[in-house]
Design a protein around this ligand. Sequence first.
Ligand code: SAH
Length: 239
Amino acid sequence: MSSDIDIVLINTSHPGNIGAAARAMKIMGFKQLVLVAPKYFPHAEAEALAASAVDVLQQARVVSSLDEALMDVTTVIGTSARQRDLAAPLLTARECGTWLMQNRVGRTAVLFGEERTGLTNEALDRCHAYVRINTADEYSSLNLAQAVQIIVYELHLALSMSNPDIPQAHALLADDSAMEGYFQHLERVMVATEFLDPKFPKRLLSRLRRLYHRARPEVQELNILRGILTAVEKKIGSE
Ligand code: SAH
């Protein structure tokens, strides 16, 4: 259902883009807009470009961090104009719709980055899959609100073709905040056991994040993993 999907705009610089994104969303039946630390909001330009979607702006959830935005979210999709060094599936906009219908569990968030810099590594590290809208080779960076329009159009198409009688996959998967709690615990133990030198972390944590995001552990499985970490901490006396 479109109400289970959050469109998350991170650190947006131009309020006009927030308004145009709200309009793009409403036209395709999406109402849940989440703004992470927008530069200017509320703003007259946002309202002007939202046209008849001012209600989406008024209901937008404004938060100060990605942690807050992803609280209770279980499936995260990142959008990027550039091909990044990513192990998670890189989807076209069309594939993104199909992927979501097959893989989403619980609340889903689709992340959009800042106009110039795109998504940060912190945001990319939270994703289960990435979408790159196909473009000409010469210039691949769409205007933010136009990127939102294409993605919500594809999600709208995919939702309208999906069979509502097929139950969603089991909703026992660990959500984003449980996963983040686990990653912090894992990092503490890796540092305490000197497996990880915090001065030279390289990409180790990102790689591990991808592994666990691929596995999509259930709450109970994550509890077992945390139990193992706690046992290690007890043994080495670092609790
Ligand atoms: N140089 C940045 C471009 C930022 S454009 C980058 O590499 O991503 C602002 C936002 O619009 C991006 O963070 C992304 O969310 C979205 N976007 C722009 N072009 C896109 C494309 N071709 N595919 C997917 N998302 C795109």
